[in-house]
Design a protein around this ligand. Structure first.
Ligand SMILES: Cc1ncc(COP(=O)(O)O)c(C=O)c1O
Length: 401
């Protein structure tokens, strides 16, 4: 008899992400009494600003506890438009903005609203692990372009041109990037825009969720190519910048015809983002913005500290990462060596597993992001944890024979 709970074909290949698997393994080790430092997840360690929490509380007391407009409250969308003008130099109309339950849902809504079976979405590897799964769930095919540390983990115009086919629907760009930390310069974005001008059937999703965690000048794709605004979706949100991952507020900025299609999807999935969280996001966008630069400086100092420590091991090669709060170092120099417990390191997953077992440091293997031979380290942790983790990684490297 067939199982009524059998998985639908569209989600057959979607498994628990490797990031969650690592964090569950680390949690299990902690519970068993081991001293584990997990640098696996992508969340700022700062608290949500107190005035934001206070505003949410006041909003709930004032009765903002009912459904909102599916696209988001007008005050929040106005604040998003003003924030976009302040940060990026262009101001979208309210009808060009949708508020969703996190930036993740912005991307999902757009893919779900537009992809037909086997439509192609181009993205660069290393990629955020959710992208290929989201594309697959929506019936599309991820077309992955390999990028290298030497190229700054950025897709080049030639690579993009070669990857475009008549079935291409979207180019999915992420800058600053997770897991690479790579930031596209305006010249690099302009070169990609030039290719897109030659291919009017391709839309652009620019995931700019790490915009405010960026150590070089940031450029929004839409600011570089305003002439392509008619087929550009900008993704942003409060999760990373304002340390509000749990509030689940992200937004999309796109032409009204795409926003309307995304509203149609969202209306049948969540009816809209949480009213109280929208009040919190409004407070974040209209409150103290100085905090963004202060937190960014703090992340930068932590990046420098960790990068230096990793490179000092001599076995880990850590190129520069200009934004987000991740490093994506190369660990191939450890391949062929044997860990103290007898594990022979042949690949990134062996390196991460042996490190977790012998030193209790949890990292995510690069293969989860489409680029084996590396690992992702999030430095959004306390300096004490980072210092201790680096010491343990260094010790692990010295024990490899
Ligand atoms: C590149 C990228 N885009 C989007 C998201 C999702 O953001 P949110 O938590 O707002 O859904 C993440 C979260 O890790 C991310 O790394």
């Amino acid at each position: 008899m067939s199982d009524p709970f059998r998985r639908a074909a569209r989600i057959a290949s979607v498994e628990l992400s490797e990031i969650l698997q690592i964090s569950e393994a680390a949690t299990a080790m902690k519970k068993a009494g081991h001293d584990v430092i997990s640098l696996g997840t992508g969340e700022p360690d700062f608290p949500t600003p107190l005035p934001v929490i206070e505003s949410a509380y006041q909003a709930a007391l004032a009765g903002e506890t009912t459904y909102t407009a599916t696209a988001g409250t007008a005050p929040l969308r106005q604040a998003i438009a003003a924030d976009c003008e302040r940060a990026n130099g262009y101001r979208p109309e309210l009808a060009e903005i949708i508020v969703c339950t996190g930036a993740k849902q912005v991307i999902f809504n757009a893919l779900f609203a537009t992809l037909e079976t086997d439509d192609e979405v181009i993205l660069g590897a290393p990629y955020w692990t959710s992208y290929p799964d989201m594309i697959g769930v929506c019936g599309g095919k991820p077309v992955v372009i390999a990028t290298t540390a030497a190229d700054g983990f950025a897709i080049t115009a030639d690579q993009l041109r070669a990857a475009i086919t008549p079935r291409t629907r979207w180019l999915l760009l992420n800058s600053p990037g997770n897991p690479s930390g790579a930031v596209y310069s305006s010249a690099q974005l302009e070169a990609l825009a030039e290719v897109l001008r030659e291919n009017s059937h391709v839309g652009i999703i620019a995931d700019e969720i790490y915009q405010h965690i960026c150590y070089v000048p940031f450029t929004s794709f839409r600011a570089v190519a305003p002439d392509l605004a008619d087929r550009t979706l900008i993704v942003n949100g409060v999760s990373k910048s304002y340390a509000m991952t749990g509030w689940r507020i992200g937004w999309g900025i796109a032409p009204k015809r795409l926003i309307d299609a995304m509203i149609a999807v969202q209306g049948q999935i969540t009816s809209g983002a949480s009213s109280v969280s929208q009040a919190a996001a409004l407070s974040a966008l209209t409150g103290d913005q100085q905090m963004l630069a202060e937190r960014c400086d703090d992340f930068r100092a932590r990046r420098d500290m960790v990068r230096e420590a990793l490179n000092a091991t001599g076995l880990i090669k850590c190129s520069s990462a200009d934004g987000a709060f991740y490093l994506f170092p190369d660990c191939t120099a450890t391949f062929g060596k044997t860990a103290p417990d007898g594990t022979r390191i042949e690949k990134d997953a062996d390196f991460c597993a042996a490190l977790l077992k012998s030193e209790g440091v949890a990292l995510v293997p690069g293969r989860a992001f489409g680029v084996p031979g590396h690992f992702r380290l999030s430095y959004a942790y306390s300096r004490a944890s980072l210092t201790e983790a680096c010491a343990r990684i260094a010790r692990f490297c010295t024990t490899l024979a």
